[in-house]
Design a protein around this ligand. Sequence first.
Ligand SMILES: Nc1nc2c(ncn2[C@@H]2O[C@H](COP(=O)(O)OP(=O)(O)OP(=O)(O)O)[C@@H](O)[C@H]2O)c(=O)[nH]1
Length: 439
Amino acid sequence: MKFVNKYLLLVALIVITLLLLFVHNKGFYKVLNIPLDNNERILGLSDASVGGDSMMKVSTNAEGTSFNCNIVNKFQWPFCQLQIYMIPFNEQDKNSLQHGFDISEYDELFVDIKYQGPKPELLRLHIRNYNPAYTNLEVDSNSMKINEFKIEANAYKTKQFINLKDFYVVPWWGSERNLPTELKLREFSNVPLIEVLTTDHVQEGELTVNINEISFRRLYISNENLLFTIIAMWLAAAAGYLILQLHNYRSNLKQARLSNNRLIEIMDALKLEKAQIEEMSKRDTLTGLRNRSGLSLHFTQCATDLLEQNTPFSIVFIDIDFFKNINDLYGHNRGDDILVTFAQIIHSNIRIADKLGRWGGEEFILICTNSTLNQANSIAEKLCRIIQQHLFGSDLQVTASFGVAEMYPDESVKDFIERADKALYKAKAEGRNQVQVSV
Ligand SMILES: Nc1nc2c(ncn2[C@@H]2O[C@H](COP(=O)(O)OP(=O)(O)OP(=O)(O)O)[C@@H](O)[C@H]2O)c(=O)[nH]1
């Protein structure tokens, strides 16, 4: 993934976050429903069982269960109580309650209870827990722990969620039993029974309670986990984005370096090409010798050395004799070959320091660096003999004329070349195949 659109990422994160919050808010619950339509598991109990006169009637139907209670202030603590057993039970067998539900994994109790009757409109909810550590129903019928929550009037008229952490163990239950502190704490590990009952403040008169739903719920994702998930998601996205950016920057940098190196290579190649072109522009294409332009640099250098260091500087002007005849007799191509061979012979018989160039046509100039007129004359004589003795092809003899001059310190290069040319002209005039010097 080369390119991550940060705005797209941001929008995606916001959408996912809102979606999570929406779904979470709607409730994604694991639910344990308590059946309220089973006559055999729902019992009513009033203070009549302990000598009071309050009367209670329970009825169940498909929608739930309800009880009607007529409170009479005869017993010290008049009450009506609905017992909802979560498991099948046998009144004769007290042990039948020992295997209840573990609801400790749930977070909330959802209740849909409606109350009609005298004020205060209060009810109690009991979640009873069976634990052999303190429960022995044969000996103590109240020995199942009482986790209690009081429902207040305005709230219980509508459906409501009760956090299970809001239940507490009723103090008298704990103080009546000699138990270690940890056993007096809220406990839902083994719940066989739920009770809905009136409170201590219940007033004399008739009241009706309709219970349409009791269920335990647990959010699949807790608020803390949701928050953690959302924060982790944002952090992961930010980290991922930064890592990708870093990766992109690195590969861009690498690419830029490669391009830079490529540019340097191209520039080097261009420089080389330029140097080659410059060199070629100073070379004669037929013989490969310097042309006039190539020779001029050396003229300037040698003239400077003569002026500044008094280094002697001579040239030999060379012209092939009767070259026109050669062309006419053997053709232009053969003439070219002879020009090339002629150049090679001269070039291979001069010093490395001396510079040979083609001045034009069948004319050549040899620059004899650091050479006096006599030295240049000797070179010319030698070259004249070599050419004369060479056979071009199997039988062709070619001669050349040579004009030699040494540069005067106060002379221009142009005048200097003209003097050498004049010497050459003299060699031609004197019969060719010879060397003449300009003095
Ligand atoms: N084949 C060939 N011929 C050339 C080239 N450059 C010049 N020439 C010929 O060289 C000949 C020079 O002739 P001329 O100037 O009359 O001189 P020449 O015939 O050598 O006579 P002298 O110099 O007086 O001895 C001409 O015919 C040119 O066409 C070349 O590159 N190739």
